[in-house]
Design a protein around this ligand. Sequence first.
Ligand code: PHE
Length: 455
Amino acid sequence: MAKKTLPIRDVFSSKFGVIAAAAGSAVGLGNIWKFPYIAGVYGGAAFLFVYLGFIALIGLPVMLSEFTIGRKSRSNVFGAFKNLAPGSPWKLVGMLGVAAAAMILAFYGVVAGWSIDYVVKAVSGNFAAKSPGELESMFTNFIETPLTPILYQIFFMILTMGIVIIGVKDGIEKYAKFLMPILIVIIIILNIRAVTLEGAAEGLRFLFYPDFSKLTADGVLSALGHAFFSLSLGMGTLVTYGSYIGDDNNLAVTAVQVTIADTLIAILAGIAIFPAVFAFGIEPSSGPGLVFITLPNVFQQMPGGYFFSILFFLLLTVAALTSSISILEVVVAYFREELKIKRNLSTVLATVLIGIIGVFCSLSMGMLKEYTTFGLNFFDLLDWISANLLLPLGGLFISLFVGWYLGRKKIEAELAKGAGVVSWLLSVFIFLVKFIAPGAIAIVFLHGLGFFNFG
Ligand code: PHE
C-alpha cells in the first residue's frame, strides 16, 4: 500500500491575511500596556530612542530571519532547526523558544484578564467621578484580590484556546483581519483627546525630548528585551507564522510593514498616555498599572468617554488575543508536530499548563507577593527572564543561524520567492544578521547583566 501522504499544513490565504496575523501578533499588550509603563520607568524619550535603534538594527533583521527560517522549513520552531540543521544542537534554540512562549503567555494572560475586567468596569460606569487617586486604588485593589483576576485570566485563556483550535486560516487570520484596523482608529481618537488636555506638553516632552544621562544599563537591556517582545521575536512566533506563509509572499516587505505598524502603535500609545499622565499628576514610573490608571482619567474628560472606554478595553483585549494566539501556537505546533499529539489535545494541554503557571503569576500580585526572587515577584520574574533574557538570547542564535549557518545562497533562494532580490539590500541584511545584530545583543546583554561596564 502506498504510504500515507503528509498532513497538509495550513497556509495563510492572502497577503493581507499574513500582515494582519503577523501584525496582530506583534501589536498587543506589549505596545499599549508594556511600552508606556517601561518607558515611564526608564525615563521616557531616552528609552524610546534606544528602543527605536534596536528595532531598526536588530528587530527588523531578526524578523526577516524568522520568516525565512519558518517558510524555508515549513515547520514548528523546534522542527525548523531540526530540518534545516539535522543532527546539530541548533534545535535547542527551538526548545528555548517553546519555554519562552510558555512563560510569556502565563503572565500575558493575567494582564489580558485585567483588560477584560476593565471592559466590565467600563460598562458599569465605574470610572465616572473618580479622582486619579481613587482610580489608582481601584486598580491596585483589584489586582491584589485573589479570585476575580484569576477568573478573567482563565476566561481569556479559554478564548485563546478556542481560536487556536479553529486553526490558522479560519481562526487566527479571520479575526486579526478586521479587528486590528478598528484598534488603530480608537487609539488615534484617544491621541486627539490626550494632546489637547491642559498640561499635555510636559508629557510629550517626556516622551520625545531625550535626556540620555537618565539611561541605565538596565534600561538599555530592557529596551532591547522590549524590542524583541513587542515585535514577537526571539522565540519562534514568526518562525511558526512564517511556516504558514505562501511562496508568493515577499518576506522582506512583510517584515518592514509589520515592524512599522508595531512601532507606530507603540508611539501612538505613548502619545495617548504620557500627556494624560502629566495632566493628572500620575507618576510616570508607577509601573504595570500605568495604562489602567491613566486612561480612565482621560475617558472621564472626553465627550462619549463612557462609550470610548468600553471600546478601548474591548479592543485592548482583542489586541491581546491576536497576540496570545500566536504565542500559544508556538507551543501547540511543537506538541503537534514533534510530540505527535493531535491538534485539539495539544491545544488543551498547552492551555492548561500555561494557565496554571498564570494563576501563580496572578496570585503573586497579592496573596503571594512576599515571595520574591532577586526582588521580583513571580509575575515580574517571568516577564524579566523571558523578555530580557530568553528573547534576546533566541534572537542572537536566530541571527547567527541565518547569517553563518544558512548563508547567502540559501537566504537568497528563500527571499527570491515572491520577490525580486536587490543584491545590495541582501548584502546589508546579511551583514546585519552576521555581525551587527549578534554583536549588539551580546554587548547589551553582558553589559546589562553587569559583566562589564562602560563606566
Ligand atoms: N508582541 C506581543 C505584544 O506586543 C507579545 C508577544 C511576545 C507575542 C512574544 C508573541 C511573542 O503584545
